[in-house]
Design a protein around this ligand. Structure first.
Ligand code: SAM
Length: 436
C-alpha cells in the first residue's frame, strides 16, 4: 500500500479533530509519533497554523469557491484550509508544491472528479492573494467575533488590535532557572553545550528566553531539573504571592504544578506547600514536577477546591488560587481555545471561580494572603472577581514585588494587575492579592 505523505496525514488528523474536539492532543501524540523527526515540525506547523487561522482561511476560501467551506466534505474542507494556510502563511513552501500535493491527495483518495475544483480554487487564491482584503478584526486575526466585541468594549480599538496582533505571533519560549539546584550562568553554559541557543534575558531574575528545538525535554539539563518551561507572566504570580521561608501554603488548583514548584524555589525549599487538584491523574504530574526540580516541600493532594476540607480551616499563611479559566490570554500557545469557549462557557467557569474563591477563604489564617490569578482576558473572570472578593470580606493588599517598569501603569490599587500580552510579549494574565 502506498505510504501517506505528511500533508495527507495532517489533513486526516485535522478531519478527525473537527469530528471530536478532545481529539487534538491525543491525535497529535499518536499520529505524530508515526512520522519521522524531520517531518514532525512541518506537520505541527500545518496542524496548529490551520487551526489557528481557520476563520481567515474560511473567509478566503468562501471568496474563491462556489461551494461554501461549510458545505464541503469534511476531508476536502480540511485539505483546502491546510493548503490555503500554506499559500498565505508559509514563505518557505512554494504555493505550487502545496497545490500539487493537494491535487495528488485528491487522486489518491479516489476523488479525482473534484481534483479540478481543488486545483482551480487554490490556484486562483494564489494568483490573487495580494489583493485580498478582510472585513473586520475577527476575520483578519481569526479570533471569534464575540471575543473581539468584548475586548473592543473594554479596551478600545487600539489596545484590542495590539492584543490580537500579539496573540497572533509565535509564543516565545521562556524557561525558569531552578535556584534550588543551580544558577543562571551555569544553565547558560550547559544549554550552549547541549546546542540550545539562549536568546535573551527576561525581566525576572530567574527567566531566560531560548530557541527551543523539538525535544528540549530530552536535554540532560532539563532532565536534571535545572530548569523548567514557564511563561514569564505565570512566573510573576509567584512573586505577587511573595512566599517566605517557613510559610504554610495551599495551592488550590495546582496541576501540573508549574507555579507550586516556583513557590518552593522562592522559599528556598523551606516550609510546606500543599499542591491540590480535583483530577486524580494530575496529582501525579504535580509530584513528578516537584521531584524533578527537587522541591521536597511540595505535597500533592487530591481535593475538589469547591468542597470544604475541615482539616484545612484557617491553616494556611498564604493561598494561591490559580483558577481554571477561559484561557484567552494563552491562545498563541493553544490555538484551539478560542473556538472552544463562548459566552455561556464564561458564565459557567466564572461560577466555578466564585465557588473556589469563597471556599478558599476558609483555609486562610487571619491576616493570611490570597492571590487569585487567571490566564484570561475577560472582566467577569478578572476585574469583577476583585469586587466579589471584597464582598466576601477580603481586603486588597499591596503587591510586594517591584514590577517591571512597563507593567507599573497597569497595576490597580497597588494590588491587582491585568497583563496584556503585547505589553510584555508574554501570555495574558491577571493576578490580584488580598489579605484576610
Ligand atoms: C490554570 S490550571 C492550574 C495551573 C497550575 N497552577 C500551574 O501553574 O501549573 C487550573 C487547574 O485547576 C484544576 N481544577 C479545576 N477545577 C478544580 C476544582 N474544583 N478544584 C481543584 N482544582 C480544580 C484543573 O485540573 C487545572 O489543573
Amino acid at each position: 500500500m502506498e505510504q501517506k505523505t505528511v500533508r495527507e496525514k495532517v489533513a486526516q488528523i485535522l478531519t478527525d479533530i473537527e469530528k471530536d474536539d478532545t481529539y487534538l492532543q491525543l491525535a497529535l501524540k499518536k499520529e505524530l509519533d508515526t512520522l519521522e523527526v524531520k517531518d514532525k515540525g512541518f506537520a505541527n506547523e500545518l496542524i496548529y497554523g490551520t487551526i489557528k487561522w481557520r476563520l481567515r482561511l474560511d473567509y478566503v476560501l468562501d471568496q474563491f469557491s462556489k461551494t461554501p467551506v461549510k458545505k464541503m466534505k469534511p476531508f476536502i474542507r480540511q485539505l483546502m484550509r491546510m493548503s490555503v494556510y500554506q499559500i498565505l502563511f508559509l514563505d518557505k513552501v512554494p504555493a505550487s508544491a502545496a497545490i500539487n500535493e493537494a491535487v495528488k491527495i485528491m487522486h489518491k483518495r479516489k476523488m479525482s472528479n473534484l481534483s479540478g475544483f481543488v486545483n482551480g480554487v487554490l490556484r486562483n487564491i494564489d494568483r490573487n492573494k495580494s489583493e485580498i482584503t478582510y472585513p473586520n478584526l475577527s476575520v483578519y486575526y481569526s479570533i471569534p467575533e464575540w471575543i473581539i466585541t468584548r475586548w473592543m468594549k473594554y479596551y478600545g480599538e487600539m489596545e484590542t488590535k495590539a492584543i490580537c496582533e500579539s496573540l497572533s505571533q509565535r509564543a516565545r519560549v521562556c524557561i525558569r532557572i531552578n535556584n534550588l539546584k543551580t544558577t543562571k550562568d551555569k544553565v547558560k553554559a550547559l544549554l550552549s553545550e547541549e546546542g540550545i541557543t539562549v536568546l535573551e534575558e527576561g525581566f525576572l531574575p530567574e527567566s531566560l528566553y531560548i530557541h527551543a528545538p523539538n525535544g528540549i525535554h530530552h536535554s540532560p539539563s532539563f532532565k536534571a531539573g535545572l530548569w523548567t518551561v514557564q511563561d514569564e507572566s505565570a512566573m510573576l504570580v509567584g512573586h505577587v504571592l511573595g512566599p517566605e521561608k517557613g510559610d504554610e501554603i495551599l495551592d488550590v488548583c495546582s496541576a501540573p504544578g508549574g507555579k507550586t514548584v516556583h513557590l518552593a524555589e522562592l522559599m528556598q525549599n523551606e516550609g510546606h506547600i500543599i499542591g491540590a487538584d480535583v483530577h486524580e491523574h494530575k496529582i501525579e504530574l504535580i509530584e513528578k514536577n516537584a521531584k524533578r526540580l527537587g522541591a521536597s516541600i511540595v505535597e500533592g493532594k487530591l481535593q475538589d477546591g469547591m468542597l470544604i476540607n475541615e482539616d484545612w480551616k484557617e491553616k494556611f499563611d498564604k493561598i494561591l488560587l490559580d483558577a481554571p479559566c477561559s484561557g484567552l490570554g494563552i491562545i498563541k500557545r493553544k490555538p484551539d481555545i478560542r473556538y472552544a469557549k463562548d459566552e455561556t462557557a464564561i458564565r459557567d467557569i466564572n461560577n466555578i471561580q466564585r465557588k473556589l474563591l469563597k471556599n478558599a477563604i476558609n483555609y486562610l489564617k487571619k491576616d493570611g494572603i490570597l492571590v487569585y490569578s487567571t490566564c484570561t482576558l475577560t472582566q467577569e473572570e478578572n476585574q469583577n472577581m476583585v469586587e466579589y472578593a471584597l464582598s466576601l470580606g477580603l481586603q486588597l493588599d499591596a503587591i510586594p514585588y517591584d514590577m517591571p517598569a512597563c507593567l507599573k501603569p497597569y497595576i490597580k490599587d497597588n494590588a491587582y494587575i491585568e497583563i496584556l500580552p503585547h505589553v510584555t510579549d508574554t501570555d495574558g494574565f491577571f493576578m490580584a492579592r488580598f489579605r484576610k
